[in-house]
Design a protein around this ligand. Structure first.
Ligand SMILES: [Zn+2]
Ligand SMILES: [Zn+2]
Length: 215
């Protein structure tokens, strides 16, 4: 497998701003979360709360499964037509941060942590939104709206949680037990011997537990 240079030698575009990058990726997702919530508010009148919760849990599990599958079988396997994702993730992100050192030292490190904004737009508006519109049309108005809310919200959470996992270990957020546990889960994934085999979930280790890939 070809080798990339370590983080010190990797190029980041001149004038790169982690804050603008973060605002771009999360800002691309939030309008869909809000729109889904507003549609749910108007279309979900009269829906029994337990039914709504069950569908929400189902959508969360599905989104978590997509996160797991994409990470395991696209980002860590070179696929025809999807090699860019493999190069950016396995060769660059994992080279930039190995297990002993996944902490961002400066703003430039977030260039290799956050999704490219075009990637978020493509996934959210090119895949997630049309799928939820089809659900709304053929299964139920409020179900599509809920799917959009949970699906878009999950990708928003993915960006936030993955960024937090790479915060310096001394960050006060890691006093919270479950946030520390999520970070440790991801830190182990960055161990070169484990990255292709263990800890593919980021937001919650649901499928790693169910499929026995939790380190
Ligand atoms: Zn990472
Ligand atoms: Zn990975």
């Amino acid at each position: 497998m070809e080798q990339m240079p370590y983080r010190e030698e990797m190029q980041v575009p001149r004038g790169y701003s982690a804050g603008i990058h973060f605002a771009g990726t999360t800002g691309a997702s939030l309008p869909l979360v809000v729109w889904g919530a507003l549609r749910l508010e108007s279309d979900g009148q009269g829906i029994a709360f337990p039914e709504l919760v069950l569908w929400a849990i189902g959508f969360f599990l599905f989104a978590s499964g997509v996160e797991y599958a994409a990470h395991r079988w696209i980002l860590h396997r070179r696929r025809p037509g999807l090699a860019h994702a493999f190069v950016e993730h396995t060769l660059r992100h994992h080279r930039w941060f190995d297990s002993g050192d996944i902490e961002a030292r400066s703003g430039r490190d977030y260039h290799q942590i956050l999704f490219p904004v075009w990637g978020v737009v493509l996934i959210q508006y090119g895949i997630n939104l049309p799928l939820c519109l089809v659900l709304s049309r053929f299964v139920g108005e409020w179900i599509g709206a809920l799917g959009l809310c949970v699906g878009a919200g999950f990708f928003f959470l993915y960006e936030v949680v993955h960024a937090i996992c790479h915060f310096p270990a001394s960050h006060p957020l890691f006093r919270v037990g479950f946030i520390r546990a999520l970070r440790d889960h991801h830190r182990r994934h960055h161990e070169p011997g484990l990255m292709g085999h263990r800890n593919f979930n980021i937001v919650a280790p649901v499928w790693d537990i169910l499929l026995g890939t939790r380190a």
